[in-house]
Design a protein. Sequence first.
Length: 85
Amino acid sequence: MSEHNRQYILELFKIVSPTSILVVDKNGKVKRLHCPFRVMAIVDIPPDIAEGKFYMVDFVKMTLELKEVYVIQGKGYFICYSRIM
């Protein structure tokens, strides 16, 4: 990981939190969504995540490669594997 990525993460967490995310609603307004919030899996990730099932996101994290992760039942999953419901 580069020092640039580390600094970016430090600056980012000054305005965001691991217990909430910012989303744009269907009316185009920015809203803060607090954990836990519900997502639906859009892919299977054996043995823990099944496509089409609902899960609660406990925390939101970022990898050192700047990829966002939802923490569900103590494990991290890339956000692209689910949809906010």
